[in-house]
Design a protein around this ligand. Structure first.
Ligand code: BYC
Length: 478
């Protein structure tokens, strides 16, 4: 489906035929642009950035590259093509035709999920807004901005749903999405991880690896929805999301590679010889592990409680499915089945069979963990190829949790339950300390000469859109 760029708001939803919606979106647009100017990337707004823009939603047209100034980015509304005769794949309405309008009885659940999804998009842009001024290269700067403009577009995607299907409530929610602020104590963003600061580029890459991957799994679950506009919207968002995780995985991989190379060149074998490794101007592997522990545990919280009636209700209603729902071989109603859940029983972590319906958050989280583990295998390959005796690992799900079964207890990264005193004493071994932050901060000096990279990160294997190594991805001087 091609996108109509002749309108103020590019779209493939025939906006020109729906005057009411067009008016609502056009009324929202100036507020969005104000928000972007105030809370979007600091500086660089007048620079030409080599960005991809969707011109159609098919495989060929969704990534058209060219120089764009960020405030001129063509944010718009793009839905994946409809599937003919699509049927509800799960829940109590299974087998019925999908909905193009919101049924009254499911309105509250749907609105809550769409608002929560929508809230994360501007939140992440706010979290990352200062990173541009410490970029390790123009290549990375461009990737940051690509991620940022697409999160902006994902906000548009949710606002479209709110304004076209939820009347006055939807318009109010759309306004509120521009009012909350990441990390603000009076008007915080809805979910915990989106109020955490993103202070440096290692955090950015960990965030795009772990937190954007939560986005992938939540969007995949929403893509199964009986509410077809939500399904089609999220399916198109997922094509964009893949690049965000690529940025994260390759970003961390390039940092690990550079550390390993520098250690080899200096003849350092012991990855725990922290001061000597840091003196080389690279990030030691144990500190990378600590950042991983932080971002993984924050992202696990985004799946909600392991046992959740919200999740069961959303599934029954046909509103939010499972990862790859249509490929699962079961009754897709889950009335009788169980799912193993890690729980705290009499002070011991045990695997307990729970009704599968209430365990849906746990199941999605398990799918997410398996996907994360694949990325770690690739990072560990970089380390072992360099001949260094170290592996990065996902911490135990009970480690450093603020939501769900383990929020009241302290656990080590290997899942042993510990007391507060041990936690306080050992915390600096497991999570980034102030000193670690200061060291990483000391490396964050900008490199903006085409083809050059900061000393703590290796260059990428290939350029964006197959551009050569010295390509000027961002024209800083304009
Ligand atoms: N922080 O039954 P519970 C992305 C609340 S990321 C604060 O345990 P439920 C992206 C919960 O809201 C993907 N509060 O869990 C990535 C509920 O409150 P109410 C974003 C939390 O409801 C990078 C209460 O606790 N999309 O796209 O089954 C860059 C009990 O909830 C948290 C979605 O999340 C938390 N971590 O599931 C840019 C999809 N966790 O309602 C973008 C839509 C739970 O009782 N959201 N609570 O006041 C959902 O599916 C669900 O809302 C959740 C929670 C999975 C988040």
């Amino acid at each position: 489906m091609s996108i109509n760029y002749s309108e103020r708001i590019p779209n493939n939803v025939n906006l020109s035929d729906d005057r009411r919606l067009q008016r609502a979106l056009e009324a929202w647009q100036p507020g969005f642009l104000n928000w972007w100017r105030e809370m979007g990337p600091e500086s660089f707004q007048s620079c030409d950035v080599y960005l991809r823009t969707a011109t159609s939603t098919d495989a060929q047209g969704w990534a058209t590259f060219g120089y764009v100034k960020m405030p001129d980015y063509r944010w718009g509304i793009f839905l994946a093509d409809p599937e003919s005769d699509r049927r509800i794949p799960f829940g109590e309405h299974k087998g019925e035709p999908v909905w193009n309008e919101v049924p009254g009885e499911h309105r509250g659940v749907l609105r809550r999920l769409i608002v929560t999804q929508g809230d994360t998009e501007p939140a992440s842009v706010e979290q990352q807004r200062h990173l541009g001024k410490t970029c390790p290269s123009l290549y990375d700067l461009r990737n940051l901005f690509q991620v940022n403009v697409e999160e902006g577009r994902h906000l548009w995607a949710m606002v479209y749903l709110l304004q076209s299907h939820f009347g006055r409530d939807g318009r109010e929610e759309a306004e509120a999405l521009l009012m909350r602020r990441s990390g603000n104590s009076d008007t915080p963003r809805i979910l915990g991880a989106f109020n955490e600061p993103c202070t440096d580029w290692l955090s950015f890459f960990m965030f795009t690896f772990f937190t954007d991957r939560d986005g992938k799994f939540q969007l995949l679950a929403l893509a199964e929805s009986a509410f077809d506009p939500l399904s089609r919207t999220t399916r198109f968002m997922l094509t964009e999301e893949a690049h965000h995780m690529f940025v994260g995985e390759t970003g961390v991989g390039r940092i690990i590679l550079r550390t390993c190379e520098a250690m080899r060149q200096a003849g350092i074998d012991d990855p725990f010889d922290r001061d000597r490794v840091r003196a080389l101007g690279v990030i030691d592997l144990p500190t990378i592990q600590k950042k991983l522990n932080l971002h993984y545990s924050l992202s696990l919280d985004l799946f909600g409680s392991e046992v959740s009636t919200n999740a069961a209700n959303a599934f029954n209603a046909g509103v939010k499915g499972r990862y790859q729902e249509t490929k699962i071989d079961d009754d897709h109603r889950l009335a009788q089945s169980t799912y193993p859940v890690l729980k705290l029983v009499d002070g011991v972590i045990k695997r307990i069979d729970e009704p599968a319906l209430t365990a849906l958050n746990m199941r999605l989280r398990d799918d997410y963990t398996n996907d994360c583990a694949k990325g770690l295998l690739r990072w560990n390959k970089i380390i072992s190829t360099a001949g260094i005796d170290f592996t990065v690992a996902l911490p135990h799900v009970a480690f450093h949790r603020q939501i769900g079964e383990f929020k009241e207890v302290r656990a080590s990264p290997t899942g042993e339950l510990i007391d507060d005193e041990t936690w306080e004493k050992r915390r600096p071994e497991w999570l980034p300390s102030t000193e670690d932050g200061e060291f990483i901060g000391s490396l964050m000096t900008p490199v903006t000469e085409p083809g050059k990279f900061a000393g703590w990160i290796a260059p990428p294997k290939v350029g964006i859109d197959n551009k050569p190594g010295d390509f000027e991805y961002v024209r800083i001087e304009t």
